[in-house]
Ligand binder design. Structure first.
Ligand code: SF4
Length: 221
């Protein structure tokens, strides 16, 4: 029998786990696929965007890892990304509004339970709002590092331990966590908190076709 490397064996294990999560997501009404690599996920997003005239980017690092912008733009799509450089605050706000009615909206999740529940925490709300209603299709790109065991409690704990502090630091926010790396549960007390809204998606929103691409790599925060 051919000897596998440690990385190959670990990828096998996480792949099996992602297939099980995909089954749970399908039972909750989502279309769910496991992509072995980020390149495979990239190809799926390009295919899913074939009929879209406009593509919204919610600000996800996982999606940014796929380097989609150039190819989508060359295919004639309108790119709605408020993270592009040199935009005024008014221009960013207008793009965030238009993301809400784009043809295809791309997001990740801050955490995904192994029962198929998608958990996000947001500050502006544009990202989570567009995943719920408005766009003609939503595509989540979720790396294996986002999957947690232990339900919504574990998902929110992941946000507090990793996604919240590191994103606050990345965005240059004046929050306790951006300085210490640890969540101080500042929502409600801090003007720059990025944790104002939490969404717990237990089943596909009824008016929104939604595809979840589970990537067998670590992606994003
Ligand atoms: S609640 Fe506040 S301190 Fe905690 S992760 Fe969010 S922004 Fe940081």
């Amino acid at each position: 029998m051919e000897q596998k490397t440690v990385d190959e064996m670990l990828a096998w294990q996480s792949g099996v786990r992602l297939e099980a999560v995909a089954e749970k997501l399908r039972a909750r009404g989502f279309e769910a696929e496991v992509c072995a690599t980020r390149e495979a996920a990239r190809e799926r997003v390009i295919a899913l965007a074939a009929d879209a005239a406009s593509v919204g980017f919610g600000g996800s690092l996982s999606v940014a890892c796929l380097n989609l912008t150039r190819e989508l733009r060359e295919a004639g799509k309108e790119i709605l990304n408020h993270g592009f450089p040199n935009l005024s605050p008014e221009e960013k706000l207008e793009i965030m509004r238009r993301q809400q009615v784009c043809d295809l909206f791309l997001s990740s999740a801050n955490a995904l339970t192994d029962e198929g529940v998608i958990v996000n925490v947001d500050g502006n709300g544009n990202r989570v709002a567009a995943t719920l209603f408005g766009p003609r299709r939503v595509v989540y790109v979720i790396g294996r590092n986002k999957v947690v065991t232990g339900g919504v409690h574990a998902a929110l704990a992941r946000v507090a331990a990793v996604a919240g502090p590191v994103n606050a630091h990345r965005l240059g926010k004046r929050t306790p966590c951006a300085a210490t790396g640890k969540c101080a549960d500042c929502a409600g007390a801090c003007p720059e908190s990025i944790c104002r809204i939490a969404t717990i998606v237990r089943q596909r929103p009824s008016c929104t076709p939604t595809t979840v691409l589970l990537v067998n790599e670590d992606l994003g925060l």
